[in-house]
Design a protein around this ligand. Structure first.
Ligand SMILES: C[S@@+](CC[C@H](N)C(=O)[O-])C[C@H]1O[C@@H](n2cnc3c(N)ncnc32)[C@H](O)[C@@H]1O
Length: 438
């Protein structure tokens, strides 16, 4: 008998829906021997598909871009919180978990007319608990921090969909990044960006502001065929039913692949640098925990960067955002020195260099120099810069070839692509203070 099929929804950072759909199709081909994912609609913030448990579990284990994998339980119209209660009450939650397990409910809504989403959340929780109590005499308790089971409700203007989460912790938590910088990039956003750049293993990849090493680790795991979820557990492992045999096969294959990667001597052509020695220590510790071989990581001010490989490749960077952390290594005065306490100071009396929230002339100077370094030293490379500052190409005196809207959490960003044409002076004003070409 063919295993049962389900409807699934896979949320992802907004802007990465198409790369996620392509990735899921690839996972089906590579790990399940064919078209295990019957593609459904791509909607802002996620992708629908139809498939069996094996597809849902493979998506959890192998998707680098997904935020979660949700199993659809029910769908129906609603006008009030009572309709939502009824829909939730009618579902056979007892098939999936017991009253001894803890749970939490989350609601997302687009254009819902309901006055209080908090109240709607309570009604879903009440419905699930009431049903289980009536069947068994006891009800699950709520644990918002580390629940065994998560129920998600999604409301549109008049429809409610209920999902059971199969991921547990969000999938960007790979289980290896303990050391974070001030503004680390989520792993699934970094993986999606790598896909958008068209980078493939073997092509040189360089992150000159690598921070805790997210781009580097994601790229190396792609190159070495390491499943992003091989180090972690998943929510479905706590459910009463999932396809245990299929899971064992998927997991064993992923563990074997990781073991093989540990012994790999492949020259990955993946390079990173950062101005901060502390950040590089964190990156090294993270890469090691992720089971990755030693990487060339150097302490360099991005203004002084040079190509790390003979062949041209792809440079990817997520420079400091005005809103989140500050550009370092800037300013005309004094050298930067590392205090060894996770913070850098100028030699001279410091001003508010590390607390300013808005770009200032020193930031401008940094980005002009960074743009100059790209133009002068990286001909033939493609550079991708993720930033929430839409004026960044102007600051860098470079014209982007494309810009892709992406969300880093709630922060709306652009991924700017710059094609650094060998021998071209097109984007290179002689005087850096001259107005930028348009
Ligand atoms: C937004 S963080 C990058 C985060 C990184 N993508 C991650 O996932 O951890 C920006 C990084 O730029 C580095 N940085 C700041 N000024 C720099 C400079 N002048 N040269 C090189 N790196 C710099 C910071 O130390 C920080 O690690």
């Amino acid at each position: 008998m063919a295993p049962p099929l389900f409807d699934w929804f896979v949320p992802c950072p907004r802007g990465l829906e198409a790369p996620l759909a392509a990735e899921l199709a690839e996972i089906g081909q590579r790990h399940l021997g064919g078209a295990a994912f019957k593609p459904g609609a791509q909607v802002p913030g996620g992708v629908h598909f139809r498939g069996g448990w094996a597809a849902g579990m493979a998506a959890n284990l192998h998707s680098r871009i997904a935020s979660r994998v949700l199993l659809k339980i029910a769908h129906g119209p609603y006008r009030s919180e009572n309709d939502i209660y009824e829909l939730a009450y009618q579902q056979q939650w007892e098939q999936w978990f017991t009253p001894n397990q803890t749970m939490r409910v989350d609601i997302t809504a687009i254009k819902s007319p309901l006055r209080s989403l908090e109240f709607a959340t309570l009604r879903v929780k009440d419905a699930v608990c009431d049903r289980l109590r009536e069947l068994s005499g006891s009800r699950p308790s709520i644990d918002t921090a580390q629940p065994d089971v998560r129920v998600f409700a999604f409301l549109t203007i008049n429809e409610c969909t209920l999902y059971l989460d199969t991921s547990g912790d969000p999938l960007f938590k790979r289980g290896w990044r303990l050391d974070k910088g001030a503004a680390p990039l989520r792993e699934n956003l970094a993986a999606g960006i790598l896909r958008l750049t068209g980078w493939t293993p073997g092509t040189p990849l360089y992150d000159p502001m690598c921070g805790s090493g997210t781009f580097l680790a994601e790229a190396a795991q792609v190159a070495l065929n390491i499943a992003p979820g091989v180090e972690r557990r998943f929510g479905f492992e706590k459910l009463k039913q999932y396809d245990v045999n299929a899971w064992q096969k998927l997991k064993v294959a992923a563990v074997d692949a990781k073991r093989a990667a540990r012994n790999s001597r492949a020259d990955l052509q993946i390079f990173g640098s950062d101005i901060s020695g502390d950040m590089l220590d964190k990156a090294r510790a993270n890469l090691d925990r992720a089971g990755l071989p030693d990487f060339p990581l150097k302490q360099i001010d991005a203004r002084n960067m040079t190509p790390p490989a003979d062949a041209s490749g792809i440079l990817v960077a997520n420079p400091p955002y005005g809103e989140r952390i500050e550009v370092r290594g800037r300013g005309p005065r004094g050298e930067i020195r590392d205090t060894g306490r996770g913070r850098r100071e100028r030699d001279e009396e410091d001003d508010d260099a590390f607390t300013r929230a808005q770009p200032d002339p020193a930031d401008t100077e940094f980005f002009i120099s960074f743009g100059n370094a790209l133009k002068q030293r990286f001909p033939g490379w493609r550079a991708y810069v993720l930033t929430s500052d839409r004026k960044l190409p102007g600051l860098m005196r470079l014209r982007e070839s494309t810009k892709t809207p992406l969300f880093n959490g709630a922060l709306e960003c652009r991924l700017f692509r710059f094609d650094l044409i060998a021998g071209s002076v097109r984007n290179r004003p002689a005087n850096p203070d001259a107005p930028r070409e348009e």
